[in-house]
Design a protein around this ligand. Structure first.
Ligand code: NA7
Length: 534
């Protein structure tokens, strides 16, 4: 048939989560015509989809928000130290209304392909519905944890009851009263959902493959003085946060744990545990780089688990042992380990007793049968590359991203890919974003990209592309930093280990957010070193 006429813009942004929304605002302010294409039927991205009971951010509310507008950060009020998902989604909607973003966002529009035409130097973006959009620039704001893992659990389709995914929980919630619920997966999502599911259901059976390290959130309502303290000092605190490794003020300890006495170490861990949250990982500077310090911290959490969980066998099963703390992304919980003291909660270790199959009425492991009414899957995501590779992206000379990345992702600065001119990634592989306050990282990326576009157009040029050598150097640098840590040793989504057949490549940049931003700055100031502008 005849292709539909294409809609022309300056920039096509794919995704309307935090990244896409800020990109829209910032690029529109530059004077560009921008179209945002969003697969969902509402904005919010990750915070729209992940609405399972207990879903909550593990970065403090006063920090996990946009900093670019002083009015917005003053107008909005957070209710809790760690905001629950519905509140974050309300915030996102508030921002969208406040900045009149919706008029440039097209919902229910899943992008299926994007290809670059070297002759016209334009991207053509095609949607599942057959619409075509043309623009010189494309921005992939597609998220790091937005493509749920395919459940490869034998017999799953035979189950008679409902199967819910944490990553696509029904709107309006689910009534679990009187139900026997089986939960598969004990990452952040499973750990947050477990206590809430246990309260609501008649019985909860948690199927755990790998136990995780989790730190209590010590969540609490925010009092007005605390909020005022932040609002009155936002400018300085936001600046200070950007000087840290993870764009977050975590009161990071300045000393290496390797120099601390056993007593001082223990005291620091106790204080961090009592304060709650991922700040635990910042007790010392070498928590994930010195294997000894990491072992002590891991051991500390195992002792805490032993102290909380009454049944010693259950406690033992909940203790991570085959990797060090932080190797998989640290979890933050409210009453997770405590929940295993409830009479209506059972922990099944599926490494010791694997799931043989899902039956119409429950789950059969090799050794036992668990009758269930409802299944909940919290099994994770095709992280960092999943959403990009779902789109059939073709760069210069017909090169396909799926082929270029067959051995694992390669980027320059996590924002650009050699062979794919004028396409920018927000929080892509090779950037530090997943170790940081995402919202701040998003702002940094988008601001850099906006400046970069202005540079290109200001030079009367029409294309910018990462150079192959610059990309190779960046990838080598990312790998070199990772090799000095415990991270490559854990089977985490950081290395793609949760996806059968995914190349094992450590994806995030570990040099810290502040260093990363400084490098990006330097590249910009040196006339975009490592990029070719035509
Ligand atoms: P995660 O952290 O990837 O956790 C997924 C969990 O599901 C993890 O415990 C997996 O065990 C488990 N899993 C996956 N497939 C199976 C099967 N087939 N059987 C049993 N268990 C399985 O995803 P989350 O959604 O919890 O968190 C993602 C990020 O969101 C998190 O890091 C934060 O950044 C926020 P495994 O460890 O692979 O043995």
């Amino acid at each position: 048939g005849v292709a539909a006429p294409a809609h022309a813009y300056d920039v096509i942004v794919i995704g309307a989560g935090f990244a896409g929304l800020y990109a829209l605002h910032r690029l529109r302010k530059e004077g560009y015509s921008v179209r945002v294409l969003e697969a969902g039927d509402a904005i919010g991205g990750t915070w729209y989809w992940n609405r399972y009971p207990g879903a909550r951010c593990d970065v403090e509310s006063m920090q996990y928000s946009f900093s670019f507008s002083d009015e917005i950060q003053r107008e909005w009020n957070w209710s809790q130290l760690y905001a629950p998902q519905p509140e974050i989604l309300s915030y996102i909607n508030f921002v969208a209304d406040r900045l009149d973003l919706r008029r440039d966002i097209q919902l229910n529009t899943r992008v299926s392909a994007a290809s670059f035409d070297a002759a016209t130097r334009r991207w053509t973006v095609t949607t599942g519905g057959g619409e075509r959009f043309i623009a010189p620039f494309s921005v992939m704001a597609t998220g790091c944890l937005s493509i749920p893992l395919d459940p490869r659990i034998p017999g799953l389709e035979s189950f008679q009851g409902p199967v819910y995914r944490t990553s696509d929980w029904p709107h309006g919630g689910v009534d679990l009263a009187g139900k026997r619920v089986g939960l598969i997966g004990t990452g952040s999502s499973g750990i947050q959902a477990t206590p809430r599911l246990a309260e609501q259901a008649a019985q909860l059976v948690v199927f755990q493959r790998t136990p995780n390290y989790s730190i209590p959130a010590q969540n609490r309502p925010l009092d007005p003085d605390y909020i005022r303290g932040w609002k009155d000092n936002y400018r300085e605190r936001r600046l200070a946060a950007r000087q840290t490794r993870n764009n977050t003020l975590n009161n990071a300890g300045p000393e290496p744990g390797s120099l601390a006495t056993p007593e001082a170490r223990e005291k620091a861990f106790e204080e961090r545990w009592a304060a709650g949250g991922i700040g635990f990982m910042y007790a010392f500077t070498d928590m994930t780089s010195d294997p000894e310090v990491n072992r002590h911290a891991s051991e500390f959490v195992r002792r805490k688990i032993a102290g909380i969980v009454r049944d010693p066998q259950v406690a033992e099963r909940l203790m991570p042992k085959d990797y060090g703390i932080g190797g998989k992304r640290i979890c933050v919980d409210t009453d997770y380990f405590e929940t295993f003291n409830r009479d209506n909660v059972t922990l099944v270790d599926v490494r010791a007793d694997p799931i043989a199959q899902v039956t119409p009425t429950g789950i059969r492991t090799e050794a036992a049968e668990y009758p269930l009414d409802v299944l909940v899957l919290a099994i994770g995501f095709d992280a960092m590359t999943g959403a990009l590779l779902r789109i059939d992206i073709t760069g210069r000379d017909g090169v396909r991203l799926r082929d270029r990345w067959a051995e694992g992702p390669k980027t320059y600065l996590g924002m650009a890919i050699a062979g794919f001119p004028n396409m920018f990634l927000i929080t892509g592989p090779g950037s530090p974003s997943v170790f940081t306050n995402m919202v701040t990282s998003i702002e940094q990326h988008v601001d850099w990209i906006a400046d970069c576009m202005r540079h290109v157009l200001g030079k009367q040029a029409s294309a910018i592309e990462a150079e192959e050598e610059a990309q190779e150097r960046w990838v080598a640098h990312v790998n070199e930093l990772a090799a000095k840590t415990i991270f490559p040793t854990a089977n985490s989504w950081y290395v793609g280990a949760n996806i059968p057949g995914k190349p094992r490549v450590f994806m995030p940049y570990l040099g810290g957010a502040a260093n990363y931003a400084a490098i990006c700055e330097r590249v910009a100031r040196s006339d975009y070193e490592g990029f070719r502008v035509e």
